[in-house]
Design a protein around this ligand. Structure first.
Ligand code: ATP
Ligand code: MG
Length: 247
């Protein structure tokens, strides 16, 4: 089943066209990787999907559907809740681990302490951090290591029960072990969430994604099952990118 559908999507910053005529359907509860050279429009695409682009001074033409309805028919708040995002540089709020995880649920109206405690424990378990931090929930999140901070940010994004989790190069500042932890987590999460990951690490796209989209200069060159993209791409430009000729 498709959770997101892009129809003839163009994206602009001012009058500069960044994405041109993107058509793609994103499958529910699968991992979709977005690859392509720096500046091709990957982050712009993610920003369009949860209506962040408008806030960054951009605009779109064409249509984005989420669960069958145009995203403009949802409020920005609702879109942000349904489609969470985690960025490259882990940025926990400068507050305790506990408060990082209760901030959004409280914003959305949950006050019951027991319910909040449950959310904290559950999301820390999902992100594989619980055992490491269960005795330090009141410690500042800024004292965690980079890899732990990134797992906390993923846990935090999950506290509002999004349907889609987008990650923009989540592992590029992490070492091999932390990267492996996050990949393992994403594979497990894909049972219950739709995951869209932008990555410069082609091996990572190959290891964890079901589908891969290759973008070049704002155009969707090729979009297919990951296996096809890496083993039998139809487009010469895809093959050249996979072989390391650009980017
Ligand atoms: N806020 C902005 N205002 C104006 N132009 C922008 C803005 N953000 C990005 N751009 C431009 O949009 C184009 C695509 O940028 P984008 O960040 O989507 O690329 P990317 O594929 O994510 O690159 P990278 O791999 O380096 O993160 C670039 O030409 C960039 O300069
Ligand atoms: Mg980017």
């Amino acid at each position: 089943m498709d959770i997101i559908e892009l129809k003839s999507l163009d994206a602009y910053y001012g009058n500069k066209k960044i994405l041109n005529n993107i058509n793609m359907k994103i499958k529910k509860n699968k991992i979709t990787a977005i690859i392509g050279p720096s500046g091709c429009g990957k982050s712009t695409l993610l920003a369009a999907l949860n209506r962040m682009l408008e806030e960054n001074g951009g605009s779109t033409q064409g249509e984005i559907k989420f669960d069958g309805k145009n995203i403009l028919s949802y409020s920005k708040d609702d879109m942000r809740k349904r489609i969470g995002i985690v960025f490259q540089k882990p940025a926990p709020f400068p507050m305790s681990i506990y408060k990082n995880l209760t901030y959004a649920p409280m914003y959305y109206g949950i006050q019951n302490r027991k319910k909040l405690d449950e959310i904290v424990e559950n999301k820390l378990k999902v992100s594989g951090l619980f055992e490491e931090v269960k005795k330090d929930l009141n410690m500042s999140a800024l004292r965690l290591s980079g890899g732990q901070q990134q797992r906390l940010c993923i846990a935090r994004a999950l506290t509002v029960e999004p349907e889609v989790l987008m990650l923009d190069e989540p592992c590029s500042a992490l070492d091999v072990k932390n990267t492996a932890n996050i990949e393992e987590m994403l594979l497990k999460l894909s049972e219950n969430y739709t995951i869209i990951i932008v990555t410069h690490n082609l091996q990572q796209a190959k290891r964890i994604s079901d589908y891969t989209a290759f973008i070049l200069d704002g155009e969707l060159v090729e979009y297919d099952e990951t296996e096809t993209i890496f083993n039998a791409p139809r487009d010469k430009k895809t093959r050249e990118y996979i072989e390391g000729i650009y980017g």
